[in-house]
Design a protein around this ligand. Structure first.
Ligand SMILES: Nc1ncnc2c1ncn2[C@@H]1O[C@H](COP(=O)(O)OP(=O)(O)OC[C@H]2O[C@@H]([n+]3cccc(C(=O)O)c3)[C@H](O)[C@@H]2O)[C@@H](O)[C@H]1O
Ligand SMILES: Nc1ncnc2c1ncn2[C@@H]1O[C@H](COP(=O)(O)OP(=O)(O)OP(=O)(O)O)[C@@H](O)[C@H]1O
Ligand SMILES: [Mg+2]
Length: 244
């Protein structure tokens, strides 16, 4: 990876979270805990920043049970208070309400994207009640290509990992003592069974990160990344407003 001091970066990120939360007049952090590395790192940083006011929400929505186990393991290892909020019922009811019928097709992107959007609503519920910020887990690699659900996992207040590519997040994870099995787990949005980021995208984080950091990649990867970055640019901007 880069020749950077990840011990120092870790400390600076803790200070940065403290500063952003205090600047907002808030007192703590609320984070969605998925059992993946990005939320593990983010919650461990937030816990260091706000030892007495960090809350993790574990929100399975037809999710792999192993993910919930992994999320609990992180919460317990870092002594982060957490709540398990099962979204299966709400998800089904919402889809039924949206479609106006009981039997609803769930196997499509529109339905899959409801999951992160329900999680976003739950995170803001607790953020408001606790005078806290929603601390996002999006990293630089995901932000570059818009690989997140708009107003879902992209609906957050601050993004401490936003300047670190995925492989740098792994370096910070090592500094924090995140368990190896979480660091080495295949990244997944968990939106449908068996989904992995790299299968869906068609390139690896190693390739994506190298392209972001050096501008070098296979032509096919460059093309795909550039196309996604352009197509999803709107996710990083304010909604267009007429100038007249
Ligand atoms: N040019 C434009 N200007 C303004 N808005 C525009 C737009 N083009 C589309 N839109 C809007 O954006 C919507 C499409 O964006 P969005 O709803 O986000 O949906 P979309 O980008 O199609 O899907 C989300 C992607 O993010 C991935 N994801 C989601 C959640 C977590 C993770 C993870 O890594 O954990 C990954 C997921 O696997 C999927 O590939 C359209 O329905 C439309 O409303
Ligand atoms: N089951 C879940 N419960 C709570 N939060 C979740 C759940 N699934 C996803 N999230 C939230 O959405 C974020 C985006 O998911 P994403 O998959 O990009 O990150 P991750 O799971 O932490 O790491 P990885 O990308 O390596 O899987 C998570 O970091 C977490 O904050
Ligand atoms: Mg994940």
């Amino acid at each position: 990876m880069l020749d950077k001091d990840y011990n120092q970066i870790t400390e600076k990120l803790v200070d940065w979270i403290q500063e952003k939360v205090k600047d907002a007049g808030c007192e703590g952090a609320v984070i969605g805990l998925s059992g993946g590395i990005d939320s593990a790192v983010t919650s461990a940083l937030a816990k260091k920043a706000f030892p007495d006011n960090t809350l993790g929400l574990i929100m399975p929505c037809y999710s792999n049970p192993q993910d919930q186990e992994d999320a609990k393991k992180i919460a317990e290892k870092f002594d982060i208070p957490y709540q398990v909020i099962d979204l299966d019922f709400v998800f089904d009811q919402f889809l039924t309400t949206l479609e106006g019928k009981e039997k609803v097709e769930k196997d499509n992107l529109a339905a899959a994207n409801l999951k992160p959007r329900l999680r976003m609503a739950a995170l803001y519920y607790y953020a408001t009640k606790r005078n806290s910020l929603v601390v996002g887990t999006d990293n630089r690699s995901e932000l570059k290509i818009g690989y997140f659900t708009k107003f879902g996992d992209g609906g957050i207040d601050i993004a401490p990992l936003g300047n670190l590519v995925k492989n740098e997040v792994r370096e910070v994870a090592k500094v924090l003592g995140i368990p190896e099995e979480i660091i080495n787990k295949k990244p997944s949005a968990g939106l449908w069974e068996g989904q992995t980021d790299e299968d869906e995208l068609g390139f690896s984080y190693e390739e994506l990160d190298k392209y972001i950091l050096t501008g070098e990649a296979r032509d096919e990867v460059k093309e795909k990344v550039d196309e996604l970055a352009e197509k999803n640019q709107h996710k990083l901007e304010m909604p267009p407003i007429p100038k007249f």
